[in-house]
Design a protein around this ligand. Structure first.
Ligand SMILES: [Zn+2]
Length: 210
């Protein structure tokens, strides 16, 4: 069996990487969350849930449970895509809070606590206070995704949330470049394609004017 294509993490924001988990990197559309296995793989690649937790969830799950969770994740993604496409390009306002209620609802499921854990050898103090999360139900796996979306909403300027200018590209990113001049999901993908197209156009124009 061929290895699944690795998911895309180029948005400079996990919340937008989540939206980019359905895309057409070459010619064929890929939905990395198309089933439960895909969702678990994406969560691992996104480093949102520890590997040991994902393995435990997979072992404990009843048949169909994780596939159902993937369907929830896709619905969440659709909802958030609508929010982001409505609001990107300008800074968010307090009045937008009401539209974020579904996200707050998901965040309320979180069961966080802190625990004292031993530090690895070589650290100056013996212990460190570490944030832990209880993963008692599979749908807790969506909480770190909700947190990533909430970070986007709270920590980033929506005026800098942009869509790649590649004509057929659907990828989104936050522009963190100094001149706010990022135009492409990646130079290797759409950037080069645009450069080649511009080059062909110039050659054609030069040939036409001869
Ligand atoms: Zn692109």
């Amino acid at each position: 069996m061929s290895q699944p294509t690795p998911a895309l993490f180029l948005a400079d924001s996990r919340g937008l990487d989540f939206l980019n988990s359905v895309a057409t990197p070459v010619d064929t559309p890929i939905d990395w969350l198309e089933d439960g296995d895909g969702l678990l793989r994406w969560l691992r690649q996104a480093e949102l849930v520890p590997d040991s937790v994902l393995r435990a969830v997979r072992e404990r799950a009843i048949p169909g449970e994780i596939d159902g969770l993937a369907a929830q994740a896709r619905a969440l993604r659709d909802w958030f895509r609508a929010f982001v496409s409505t609001h990107m390009g300008r800074s968010l306002r307090k009045a937008d809070l009401g539209a974020l209620e579904p996200l707050n609802e998901l965040l309320r499921r979180d069961q966080n606590h802190h625990e004292i854990v031993a530090q690895p050898p070589g650290e100056p103090s013996a212990f460190t206070l570490t944030q832990m999360r209880r993963w008692n139900a599979p749908d807790a796996l969506l909480v770190p995704v909700a947190e990533a979306m909430a970070r986007l909403v709270c920590d980033e300027d929506f005026a800098q949330v942009k869509a790649c200018q590649g004509p057929a590209c659907t990828l989104l990113f936050v522009d963190h470049t100094r001149g706010r001049a990022r135009r492409w999901c990646s130079m290797a993908q759409c950037g080069n394609r645009a450069k080649q197209a511009a080059h062909r156009q110039r050659r054609k124009e030069a040939a036409d004017s001869e």
